[in-house]
Design a protein around this ligand. Structure first.
Ligand SMILES: NC(=O)c1ccc[n+]([C@@H]2O[C@H](COP(=O)([O-])OP(=O)(O)OC[C@H]3O[C@@H](n4cnc5c(N)ncnc54)[C@H](O)[C@@H]3O)[C@@H](O)[C@H]2O)c1
Length: 284
C-alpha cells in the first residue's frame, strides 16, 4: 500500500504547536461573553487579535486589555466585513484565524415562559387537553426572522467569504464558526435561532470540504449553555430549570469554550476540517 504524503502546508496554519506567535486572528462579537474570552485566549498564546463587535466600546475595551486592534463591525454588512478583513491584511500582511462568533438571542418573553412552564406541568400530570399553543411561529415577525438569520448565517458567510479571499491564495488559515447545540437538537420556541445555527453547521461542512485540500480549515463549535450576557436577560427561575437538566449540573464558563476554539485555531487540529465539535456538559 502506498503511503500518502502528509500535507505539511496544513500544519503551518499557525506556527508550531503551543504557540500562535506571529499569527493574526479576527473575532466577531468579541466585545462581550465568549468572543472576549476567545480573544484573551488566542492573545495569551501569542496571536495578534483584531477584536470586532457591533458594540464599538466593548470591542475597544477588550482590544485594550490584550494590545489588539478594535474595529466596530456589524457582521450583517458584507461590505463592512470585507473592508475589516482587507484592512487587517493590509496592516499585518496576513489573516490566519477567523472566529465567526457574533450572535443574538430572541428577547425574553415572560408571558410565553409562564405558558411554557404551565404546559410542562400539564404534560407531566397527563392533562394533555389543558395544553395551550405557544404560537411562537405564528407570531414571529418578518423582521425578527430576518435579523436572526442575518446576524448568524449571513454574518458567518460574509466573514468566511472575506477571509477565504486571502486564506485560499495563501494556502493557510483556520476558520472557527460558533454554532450551538440548538443547531444539533432544536428546541421549541427557538425556530429561527435553531435554523440559523443548523445552517452554520451545514455551511461549515460544505466549505470545509471545498477548501480542505488547500491548506485552509473550517470547523464549527456547538456550545451548550454558557454563562454570558446573552443569557442574563432570562428569568432566573427558567435558567434554574434549564441548568437542572444539564447532566454536568452547571453552565459552562466562556473560558472553557475558549480552550476548544484555541485548539481549532491552531496547528494541533491540523486534521480537523468541516468538523463539528460540541462542548455541552452532556446536553448534545
Ligand atoms: N451563551 C450561550 O449559552 C450560547 C450557547 C450556544 C451558542 N452561543 C453563541 O455564542 C456566540 C457568542 O454569544 P455569547 O453567549 O458570548 O453572547 P454575548 O451577548 O455575550 O456576545 C455576543 C456579542 O455579539 C455582538 N453582536 C451582536 N450582533 C452583532 C452583529 N450584527 N455584528 C457584530 N457583533 C454583534 C454583541 O454586541 C455581543 O458583544 C453567539 O453566536 C451565540 O449564539 C451562545
Amino acid at each position: 500500500m502506498r503511503t500518502m504524503p502528509v500535507m505539511t502546508q496544513a500544519l503551518t496554519t499557525s506556527g508550531s504547536p503551543g504557540t500562535l506567535s506571529g499569527t493574526v486572528a479576527l473575532i466577531t462579537g468579541a466585545g462581550s461573553g465568549m468572543g472576549a474570552a476567545f480573544a484573551r485566549r488566542l492573545a495569551a498564546d501569542g496571536a495578534h487579535v483584531v477584536v470586532t463587535d457591533i458594540n464599538g466600546d466593548g470591542a475597544a475595551a477588550v482590544a485594550a486589555e490584550i494590545a489588539g486592534d478594535a474595529i466596530t463591525l456589524d457582521v450583517v454588512d458584507s461590505a463592512a466585513f470585507d473592508a475589516a478583513v482587507d484592512a487587517t491584511v493590509a496592516r499585518h500582511g496576513h489573516l490566519d484565524i477567523l472566529v465567526n462568533n457574533a450572535g443574538i438571542a430572541p428577547p425574553f418573553n415572560a408571558t410565553k415562559t409562564q405558558q411554557l412552564i404551565a404546559n410542562q406541568i400539564a404534560r407531566m400530570e397527563g392533562r394533555i387537553g389543558d395544553l395551550v399553543p405557544s404560537n411562537t411561529t405564528i407570531e414571529l415577525s418578518d423582521a425578527d426572522w430576518d435579523r436572526m438569520i442575518k446576524v448568524h448565517l449571513y454574518g458567518t458567510f460574509h466573514g468566511t467569504r472575506a477571509a477565504l479571499r486571502h486564506m485560499t491564495p495563501a494556502r493557510s488559515g483556520s476558520i472557527v464558526n460558533i454554532s450551538s447545540v440548538t443547531g444539533l437538537r432544536p428546541m421549541a420556541g427557538l425556530l429561527h435561532y435553531a435554523a440559523a445555527k443548523a445552517g452554520i453547521i451545514a455551511l461549515t461542512k460544505s466549505i470545509g470540504q471545498e477548501v480542505a485540500a488547500f491548506g485552509v480549515r473550517v470547523n464549527a463549535v456547538c456550545p451548550g449553555w454558557v454563562d454570558t450576557p446573552l443569557l442574563h436577560q432570562m428569568d432566573p427561575i427558567v435558567m434554574g430549570a434549564i441548568v437542572a437538566q444539564v447532566p454536568a449540573g452547571r453552565m459552562a464558563q466562556p473560558e472553557e469554550l475558549a480552550e476548544l476554539v484555541r485548539f481549532l485555531a491552531g496547528p494541533e487540529s491540523s486534521y480537523c476540517n468541516g468538523d463539528v465539535f460540541s462542548s455541552s456538559g452532556g446536553v448534545s
